[in-house]
Design a protein around this ligand. Structure first.
Ligand SMILES: C[S@@+](CC[C@H](N)C(=O)[O-])C[C@H]1O[C@@H](n2cnc3c(N)ncnc32)[C@H](O)[C@@H]1O
Length: 325
């Protein structure tokens, strides 16, 4: 299947395309309201859209490269630099944009490298990346020749940051799409995706089990969920429910052990569940940079005991599961 369609929905017969289109229209209406918060990230995106798309891109290296040094004149380069700074803090990366190096908080290629041995077949497949942030992994998926990759991202900062990068990448990003939706809207896509990536999201959900069942329902027969998460160490099937914050992050509900996550996936109906990787989170992988100047991982740990978070909970591992329906 080649992405000749202007809209990936044309390739997805079971999706509720009417409801998706209504959702998009409502979103546009919301954004049209003269609210300052909405403009904050629309403005740099509009600025970036005045720049020409890159002559070449390379999505196969650790840094997503769009364009080369010298393709833009000085005025254009300054506009790019100033606009990209307005998307700070940059959490995911790195990116190399017309020679401008963006060192994000996360060295996202490390997660990508852990994923590689378990990546399912993606050629001509319909793929979702839920909680896609600025789309770092969507770009990395392109060399695998998916039919389409649909990013779900409800946070406007990341949504417009992705749209800016997509504009700069031009035709090379043609199979990529983004919806300003959260995982809550996955019910609009019954039996629609061959592969769903859900990375760094599940511990932010109040009802992870129901969400897993909904993701199961959004997969086509034979489909695969690639699930990446924080996890606490341990072999029992347990989840930590932090009193207020976990590693200073608010909005964290259940942080499971790998055994517990395995159990959730099985009980949500996945037939084969495989733990691909489990590693401690590291201050090399997540750290403060020039493009993310706030606190980062080492500030979230007990300075006397890095095996504990600042709240005294077990420090997080990162786990990846490959689950098939
Ligand atoms: C911890 S980041 C993970 C980003 C990326 N998937 C990764 O693994 O590096 C969580 C992402 O989920 C997004 N998000 C927030 N609420 C969401 C929701 N309700 N549904 C889906 N994603 C959401 C955030 O804006 C953010 O981009």
């Amino acid at each position: 299947m080649d992405i000749k369609a202007a809209d990936y929905l044309d390739l997805m017969p079971k999706a509720d395309d009417g409801a998706v289109r209504r959702w998009r229209a409502d979103h546009e209406k919301r954004l049209a309201r003269p609210k300052k918060g909405f403009l904050r990230f629309q403005e740099p995106w509009r600025q970036i859209c005045t720049l020409p798309p890159a002559e070449s891109c390379d999505f196969s290296g650790d840094a997503v490269r769009i364009g080369r040094c010298g393709e833009l004149n000085h005025t254009q380069y300054d506009l790019l630099h100033e606009s990209l700074r307005r998307f700070m803090p940059w959490r995911k990366g790195p990116f190399s944009l017309f020679g401008l190096e963006i060192d994000a908080e996360w060295q996202s290629f490390r997660k990508w490298d852990r994923l590689l041995p378990g990546l399912p077949e993606l050629e001509n497949r319909m793929v979702a990346d839920i909680g896609c942030n600025n789309g770092y992994y969507m770009f990395r998926l392109l060399p695998r020749r998916p039919a389409a990759v649909v990013g779900f991202e409800p946070v406007l900062q990341h949504y417009y940051c992705f749209k800016s990068l997509q504009h700069l990448a031009g035709q090379a990003a043609k199979p990529l799409f983004i919806e300003p939706m959260g995982v809550e809207q996955i019910g609009l896509y019954p039996a629609s995706f061959d592969v769903i990536f859900l990375m760094g999201v599940i511990y932010h959900r109040r009802d992870p089990l129901t969400m897993l069942q909904q993701l199961h329902a959004a997969l086509r027969p034979g489909g695969t969920l690639v699930l990446e998460s924080q996890a606490i160490p341990g072999t029992d099937s347990l989840a930590l429910f932090p009193e207020r914050t976990y590693a200073k992050a608010p909005g964290v509900y259940f942080v499971p052990t790998a055994a517990c996550l395995h159990n959730w996936l099985s009980r949500a109906g996945f037939k084969t569940v495989h733990l691909l990787s489990q590693v401690p989170t590291s201050p090399e992988e997540q750290r403060r940079t020039e493009w993310m100047t706030f606190e980062s991982y080492s500030d979230f740990l007990d300075p006397e005991n890095p095996a504990r978070t600042i709240e005294g909970y077990p420090a997080p591992d990162r786990v990846i599961f490959i689950a098939k329906i």
